[in-house]
Design a binder for this molecule. Structure first.
Ligand SMILES: [Zn+2]
Length: 488
């Protein structure tokens, strides 16, 4: 059996959809140089994350053939776009299924997913993709998937697929590891050495993503509990989906999956243990990170500069479009100096600057940002000098010096700064600024916190109950916005 060759199809379809954003995610958003990709180009797309780990491990086995089915990569809007159109989902899924039919048979399928894709007219897109794949490959084949812990999933996914492996850390450090685990377990299942048996439990907790940092308790303890279970029970895999709250989908919220090698009692015991642990700690889970108002946060940043506790990071975690100007306004109002604002998303202004042939040394006097919806606020007039204007990573970037040694960066799409080196294409050294104001919730901690770069980190949000804030008060079916009963 082990000497027989194994054929595995590899597919990718991912998005984290904020269904409340006004710009839908369209077919065009998924099409750009490099996407869609197929064959080796798909397999080599993301060597340090899920795909890379899967491919590396799968190829350590003799006789495994990987077939990269044409798949779109993330849309160029990244996480800054709303509902995926039905047309986009049907188009790409249709092509995947047709290619799967034409190039089969397959012993296994790897689905490289995120889990929080939301599609108009398709209630559970990841489960629906798995269902269609199952129709082609049949019940004898095995389907394994990797997920981001922000996935909104319920029991439907593992009814259609056999295995799921979600990252445990936020920031998501272990994508590569989960890819490796998916490959090894998939090959073992195909060879008859692993019999996937799983339990899924929904927990009625919904949490704003800014609070889900696994560097703080009790999120850290929840991860540790899952790791402890995995360490003591061979062949057990535990997924703790924190869920993605900014999506109007039926499977929103926290989900626990436990997967065993043919042991349904153990799967059920572990899934319930993790779910009940999360429920017991629900109050602390929702209070693990302090979030300041923007005016308070900027004032605290100023004090930190006076105490020389720099660099300071001011992170507006709530901005889902990238266009929000609340923090920029307050930085100007409180007259911060030596401050980098990265970025304000403004597709129209960057397009205009590109058309005008904007270049270093040009005087700049324009209104920037705001307007895309009420949570973005109003435009802000900036008068200064252009430092650099450049096309990079599929968008147009402009840096402007203004005020007292401040620099503002404009971008076409939402940009989440996660690493101090990520603005090298703008000749910007983030370490040279006393304060950096970014749009990120938790991912930035990889490059600013977990590596010791920043001395002061301040999370902020505007006081209004906008999309993206921690005030999801309408969601009364979930703790902490309502008082649901759990466990049943
Ligand atoms: Zn995530």
């Amino acid at each position: 059996m082990t000497s027989q060759s194994i054929r595995i199809a590899v597919l990718h379809f991912s998005h984290e959809t904020v269904t409340f954003l006004k710009n839908d995610t369209t077919i065009d958003d998924f099409i750009y140089p490099g996407s869609p990709a197929r064959g080796e180009a798909l397999l080599q797309f993301d060597p340090k994350s899920y795909m890379g780990g899967f491919v590396k491990m799968a190829r350590e086995f003799d006789g495994v053939e990987l077939v990269g089915i044409e798949s779109p990569w993330w849309p160029k809007t990244s996480i800054g776009s709303g509902w995926v159109t039905n047309e986009a989902f049907e188009t790409f899924t249709g092509r995947m299924i047709a290619e799967l039919e034409a190039s089969g048979p397959f012993d296994g399928v790897y689905l490289c997913l995120h889990g929080a894709m939301a599609v108009r007219g398709v209630a559970r897109p990841e489960a629906e993709l798995a269902r269609r794949v199952r129709d082609v490959v049949g019940r004898k084949a095995f389907i394994a998937a990797t997920f981001d812990l922000h996935g909104n999933e319920d029991e439907e996914f593992l009814k259609q697929a056999d295995m799921a492996f979600a990252v445990k850390y936020f920031p998501h450090y272990d994508g590569y590891l989960q890819g490796e685990r998916a490959a090894r377990t998939l090959v073992r299942a195909i060879r008859g050495d692993y019999k996937p048996t799983s339990t899924t439990v929904k927990v009625p907790i919904i949490s704003p993503t800014v609070l889900q940092w696994t560097g703080a308790s009790p999120w850290m303890d929840l991860v540790q509990r899952a790791l402890t279970w995995e360490a003591r029970e061979p062949d057990l895999y535990v997924n703790v989906f924190f869920g993605f709250p900014f999506a109007d989908v039926p499977d929103v919220g926290m989900t626990i999956q436990a997967m065993t090698n043919g042991n349904p009692e153990l799967a059920s015991q572990v899934a319930r243990d993790i779910a009940e642990t999360a429920w017991r700690q629900r109050e602390a889970l929702l209070n693990s990170t302090e979030v300041h108002s923007i005016s308070e946060g900027v004032a605290l940043a100023k004090q930190a500069v006076q105490r020389r506790e720099t660099p300071v990071v001011l992170a507006d975690h709530s901005d889902r479009s990238g266009s929000a100007t609340w923090l920029l306004k307050e930085i100007i109002a409180q007259d911060l100096s030596n401050t980098l604002i990265a970025t304000i998303t403004d597709a129209a202004t960057t397009a205009r600057l590109k058309a005008q042939g904007a270049k270093a040394g040009d005087a700049f006097d324009m209104e920037v940002g705001g307007l895309v919806d009420e949570s973005a606020g109003t435009p802000v007039r900036i008068q200064g000098t252009i430092l650099k204007a450049v096309e990079a990573y599929g968008q147009f970037w402009v840096s402007i010096r203004f005020g007292r040694d401040n620099v503002l960066i404009l971008s076409t799409y939402l940009v989440q700064i996660m690493e101090p080196f990520s603005l090298q294409h703008m000749d910007i050294d983030i370490g040279a600024f006393r304060v950096t104001a970014i749009k990120s919730r938790v991912h930035f901690r990889r490059g600013f916190h977990d590596n010791g770069f920043a001395r002061t980190i301040l999370l902020v949000e505007p006081p209004e109950p906008f999309l993206g804030t921690v005030r999801l008060n309408g969601l009364t079916k979930f703790y902490p916005y309502g008082n649901p009963a759990f466990p049943e």
